[in-house]
Ligand binder design. Structure first.
Ligand code: ATP
Ligand code: MG
Length: 550
């Protein structure tokens, strides 16, 4: 689905040319994740690009699990990936597993052997590396390179039958050990792994390597434009070699684009898995994680993520995008959608000494002044309320316009109150304020008698609903790593703060994933993991203000 035309980019131009020249009648793209972890915001860039591109030209997009490595893959990841792609708002044409093509891939490898273009090699992984040479030194040929076709066919068949142990033999493409492109120096295309595969079980013990498997998968599905990230640019000659030498009927074109990097964010499944496995976070969907499921639980919407992906665009050179840009798009999206409400995060009790004991009045407030369709709500007001501790100061600096002894402020949606007395405990902590209110100043009555400079929020002390509130800072402090340090050395010890506050009483029926704007505090999402009938838990998605401009 696409809610607007994608902006112009070099990949789109390739597609337009291919359609105009008649090279293709229609286009087919694919999103090919390896099910070895949960999807992250980087994947969202690739998903948005592939699906929207095909959609714009009335083509199709497949979801294909690139599950050719039995050791790291799991059906839990398969399910989460499907859920995340759907949640982002995309429908795949067909769902494939690369493992469904194992037989076909094996047969294509046999074609290579029969043409003298592949051989079984007995060198160890270490030896292969040593023989490979360097960028400045050509590689040396393996002593097994000139085995006969018959011997290779026999050995490859026996590899498949399980006659050899892991690492004992590999199948290599026979290309050019002196190629300036290291990827062309007889790359390994099959290896032995006696491991149970999440899809094919124990049927196979030989598995194709990515560089061999991927072009074949693309060609089998008739993918026209195979979009991948820049690090595969040097692999493209090998991609084309496999398509050609394996005699694939269809010839997909590999196109590379820059991967998404975000400031203060680790974006590799391997690292994210480490954060989960070593309990730095509360699972893959921890609201601090840049995973799609983490962003969802944090309160991001599919629209915000898609708009962000469109805005960052598609380029040919790597760059780092400021994470504040992502935040900008969730604010934009929620501005008109999220109901406004008042919440007190760190409560300080205020007694309005001239307000009648036992009186409660209902005050009317708009749910979203920018979107009148969202209607109004009633807020109870009585003699005792809570305000936020930070809205009172005993020794205020100049230009502090909130509450202090002798000062008058406006309570949002209610009255002006003036602070007359500060109550402290025996340690000198402020525990209560005594104020008086002016009935003339009721909000909405058009009172113009005098002005106050500060407006603060509050909740009714008797009726407010307790709520747990979770505030986040970035999980990673700095993306620049000093030598000898890893990303784990840059974990922010203060990335999560859990506090107990109060929200308006009408918040008693909120549902997981409902989103609100807490007046002055930012946008919040009802946590889907910890919220129960008894206790509501909010995640702060993002604060209200930012200096970020696009
Ligand atoms: P990771 O290193 O995080 O595991 P990956 O590239 O190995 O990522 P895959 O499951 O192989 O993960 O990726 C599926 C698709 O998503 C690929 O086409 C890949 O190019 C794309 N992709 C992965 N990370 C990013 C990123 N940061 N920005 C854009 N596209 C990405
Ligand atoms: Mg990978």
């Amino acid at each position: 689905m696409s809610d607007k035309q994608t902006s112009s980019n070099f990949i789109k131009n390739i597609v337009i040319n291919d359609l105009e020249s008649g090279k293709h009648e229609t286009i087919i793209t694919r999103f090919p994740p390896e099910p070895n972890g949960y999807l992250h915001i980087g994947h969202a860039k690739s998903i948005t690009l592939n699906f929207e591109l095909a959609d714009e030209f009335k083509g199709k997009t497949n979801l294909r699990f690139d599950d050719t490595n039995p050791i790291k893959e799991d059906t839990e990841y398969v399910e989460s990936i499907k859920e995340d792609v759907k949640w982002l708002g995309f429908d795949w044409e067909e769902l494939f597993f690369a493992s469904e093509y194992f037989e076909k891939m094996f047969n294509r490898a046999v074609i290579l052997i029969k043409k003298g273009k592949a051989y079984v090699c007995d060198l160890t992984a270490e030896q292969i590396r040593a023989y490979r040479g360097t960028l400045t030194k050509p590689g040396e040929e393996s002593p097994f390179r000139n085995r006969s076709i018959e011997e290779n066919l026999d050995l490859f068949e026996r590899m498949r039958k399980g006659e050899f142990t892991d690492g004992e033999k590999v199948l290599r493409a026979k290309i050019d050990m002196t190629s300036p492109n290291m990827n062309m120096r007889d790359p390994v295309i099959y290896r032995i792994a006696h491991a149970t595969h999440h899809n094919t079980g124990d049927k196979w013990c030989v598995y194709p390597m990515y560089d061999f498997a991927h072009p074949i998968e693309d060609a089998i599905e008739g993918i026209t434009h195979s979009i991948c990230t820049l690090e595969f640019e040097d692999h493209r000659p090998l991609y084309d070699w496999v398509i050609r030498e394996c005699e694939m009927e269809k010839q997909p074109q590999q196109i590379e684009f820059a991967r998404l990097n975000l400031t203060n964010t680790v974006m590799s499944k391997r690292k994210l898995k480490q954060l989960v496995d070593e309990n730095y976070v509360d699972g893959w969907n921890d609201p601090r994680m840049p995973t799609i499921s983490g962003l969802r639980r944090r309160g991001y919407t599919p629209e915000a993520i898609r708009n962000f992906c469109r805005e960052i665009g598609v380029a040919k050179n790597d760059s780092i995008v400021d994470v504040q840009m992502l935040e900008h798009f969730i604010r934009e999206d929620l501005k008109l959608k999220a109901a406004r409400t008042m919440a007190v995060l760190r409560p300080l009790k205020v007694v309005i000494t001239n307000y009648p004991v036992d009186q409660v009045e209902m005050l009317e407030a708009e749910n979203n002044p920018e979107n009148p369709e969202m209607g109004n709500r009633q807020i109870p007001f009585s003699r005792e309320i809570y305000i936020d501790q930070e809205d009172f100061m005993e020794n205020p600096p100049k230009k502090y316009f909130r509450l202090f002894l002798g000062n008058e402020v406006r309570l949002k949606h209610a009255y002006f109150i003036k602070c007359n007395e500060v109550i402290k405990d025996k340690d000198g902590n402020v525990i209560e304020l005594h104020c008086t209110y002016d009935p003339e100043t009721k909000s909405g009555t058009g009172f113009t008698g005098r002005k106050v400079k500060g407006t603060i929020h509050w909740v009714d002390a008797k009726q407010a609903r307790p709520a747990e509130i979770r505030l986040y800072e970035s999980l990673i402090l700095d993306e620049e790593q000093e030598e000898g340090k890893t990303f784990l050395d840059y974990i922010n010890p203060n990335s999560l703060e859990v506090i107990q506050g109060f929200v308006e009483p009408n918040m008693k029926d909120v549902l997981p994933q409902e989103k609100f704007q807490f007046f002055r505090h930012g946008y919040f999402n009802v946590d889907s993991k910890y919220t129960t009938k008894e206790k509501v838990v909010f995640n702060r998605i993002v604060s209200l203000k930012s200096s970020f401009k696009i």
